[in-house]
Design a protein around this ligand. Sequence first.
Ligand code: ATP
Length: 253
Amino acid sequence: MVALVYMAAKYRRHHVVILLSQPSTQKNNLVSNPLIGILGGTFNPIHFGHLRMAQELAESLQLNEVRFIPSANPPLKLAPLVSAKHRAAMVQLAITGNPGFKFDDRELYRVAADNLPSYTIDTLLSLRQELGGSASLILFMGSDAFSKFNTWHAWEKIIQLCHIALVQRPAASINVPLPKVLEIFLHNHYTENADDLREASAGYVTMQAITPLDISSTAIRNRLQNTHSARYLMPDSVLDYIQSNRLYSAGTG
Ligand code: ATP
């Protein structure tokens, strides 16, 4: 949270400049166009950090729905030990009962077809085909993910297809400076006005404060491998699935 305030303050001084240099995306003035949140991730496994972020962003940005899109073949992570099938099943269990949360398996199908890494740019192009050009797509990103955003495939084109909503992760150090290219990127796209995300279908970056939950899939995997409990870090349904399928325990996977 402190770091988020720090980041927001850091870029507030550029606010006027940002408003003067509008993103190239045309404003469409269609207030009724849907706002769709996108939470992509390895979800290895999904946990309350993911779910709370989605819930709080859905509320603060007044989204129509949030798509949970598990990555089949994450380009920037070591190959996950647990299969995409299991990770997707855990996501489905975790979001059951929330009508605003939707499971989206497009990356799983794509990898089956071409065996390429799950690039976000391809996912966004495919979402645009489904939803059209006027829906506002809002890609959620924790601060850890954003600090490496400039290493993503075709990263500079991503903002032409969606907005980005940043949240601070408690464990991410505030002292790690952003690469210069990302500072410039924020300078050009940052807005403090959430209404901008409704009025244009892509092109803005916003930062939103959420309840900081210092939970990560890595820490959960470590706990399980060391036979410690992961209860209250994730839904019980996901924990039950992990136990029934003997995932993450030492020597299995
Ligand atoms: P791992 O520990 O294996 O790297 P992770 O916990 O970071 O996994 P991912 O599935 O890689 O989970 O994360 C997907 C997205 O959710 C990323 O943008 C990440 O920053 C964000 N995220 C994950 N956990 C949290 C959290 N506790 N609070 C806020 N954002 C989070």
